[in-house]
Design a protein around this ligand. Structure first.
Ligand SMILES: [Zn+2]
Length: 390
């Protein structure tokens, strides 16, 4: 059965009628659920969710994992009815801790339900798999399974209720703070998730389809300042699933402004990727489980990245946290197109994701500068460098 550009039971049907297609998928679902159980996989791994069944599943997961899972309401979506929900996974999940944040978003395009299922699958595995406990203990993981619930609910529309493609609608100027011109889903994501957490260090925006990891920028053919480390991470993730990794402009064969990866990297410093899953918008339900299992290792590598081969520490003055600019020679230049990395006001924490090697790092606060030469980034762990300004 071939996807014809519309994923709807009322779409023109070339495969024998609406009823046939409905019965086919119903039978497929029940037969696959049965084999799934026999193989030891939970049957719920292998079904598509509506907005309502997704929300009740997230509520159930929160109830079953009260110490590590918490549902956050990011706000109403463009239809005025549905809401965008973020699921946080961490130890001490009720608290905002001095830990790096990572982000996984799905369903920014409402006609890409595989992306929402990949996000939900990730939540379930993180909560239930003890081998990922160390990651949860030192990271605040945010998963937004349906970033465009209006599109999903309105019959799987690519766009939101205002017929806007959200992945072309992010602010194109991230030097300012103006979000008024963008759609409510994006305003809520940025205001209620990113701006309350200075260190969303890495992220993936899930899509279908293409079997490729996509790297900023999309609005310019220039390479990002952090290209070497970004491309290295993309290659490592892509290798786990046999996918490719490319810069967005290379993949799109043109420059496109307003994408999630550009804004979240340019404005927030997040190593943010697009991941085009699989080979179809409408993956048959019996293939959903294997696609999710195949792509989970890449997503986990992204979530773990900041705990290896990175520079971190606290910047203080008189023992109190301060917001200093943290620049790395050879990477940070006046024209590098993203905002500079800073330590945060609450903890004084900063992060820089780097490749192994020796670096010179500059910390600047109120015109004063502290330069640290030969900071060595090791291959397998974080390098900690705390700075106290006089
Ligand atoms: Zn998409």
């Amino acid at each position: 059965m071939k996807y014809d550009g519309r994923w709807s039971l009322t779409a023109p049907d070339r495969s024998g009628g609406v009823l046939t297609r409905f019965l086919f998928f119903t039978m497929l679902f029940f037969s696959v659920s049965a084999t799934g159980c026999a193989r030891g996989f939970a049957a719920e791994d292998l079904s598509y969710h509506t907005y309502d069944t997704m929300l009740s599943e997230l509520r159930r997961l929160e109830k079953d994992h009260p110490k590590t899972g918490k549902l956050h309401d990011l706000g109403v979506s463009s239809d005025g009815l549905t809401r965008v929900w973020a699921f946080k996974i961490s130890d001490n999940v009720e608290k905002e801790e001095d830990e790096p944040n990572v982000l996984l978003t799905g369903g920014i395009h409402g006609n890409e339900p595989v992306a929402s299922e990949m996000a939900l699958f990730t939540i379930r595995r993180l909560l239930s798999d003890d081998s990922r406990r160390a990651l949860i203990d030192k990271t605040q993981i945010w998963v937004v399974p349906m970033l465009n619930p209006a599109g999903h609910k309105a019959g799987n529309s690519h766009n939101n209720a205002n017929r806007v493609d959200l992945n072309r609608n992010f602010p194109v100027d991230w030097t300012g703070d103006d979000l008024d011109a963008v759609e409510i889903e994006l305003q809520n994501l940025v205001k209620n998730l990113h701006r309350r957490r200075p260190h969303v260090v890495a992220g993936i925006d899930l899509h279908t389809y293409g079997r490729v990891y996509l790297i900023p920028w999309a609005y310019t053919r220039k390479k990002p300042a952090d290209w070497a480390a970004m491309k290295d991470l993309a290659d490592k993730m892509a290798k786990t699933s046999g996918y490719r990794s490319l810069q967005l402009t290379e993949y799109l064969h043109k420059k496109i402004p307003g994408g999630a990866a550009d804004y979240l990297y340019g404005r927030c410093g997040t190593f943010h990727y697009g991941l085009e899953l699989g080979t179809s918008h409408a993956l048959p339900v019996e293939q959903l489980g294997s696609l999710c299992r195949k792509n989970l290792p890449g997503i986990t590598i992204m979530m773990n990245r900041v705990h290896t081969r990175a520079l971190t520490g606290h910047v203080t003055r008189n023992g109190k946290p301060i917001t200093a600019v943290v620049e790395v020679d050879g990477i940070d230049k006046p024209d590098n197109l993203r905002r500079p990395y800073m330590s945060d006001a609450v903890f004084g924490r900063y992060y820089r994701i780097l490749l192994p090697g020796a670096y010179t790092v500059r910390f600047t606060f109120e015109g004063k500068k502290i330069v640290k030469e030969k900071v060595i980034i090791a291959g397998d762990r974080q390098t900690v460098l705390d700075i106290e300004f006089p």
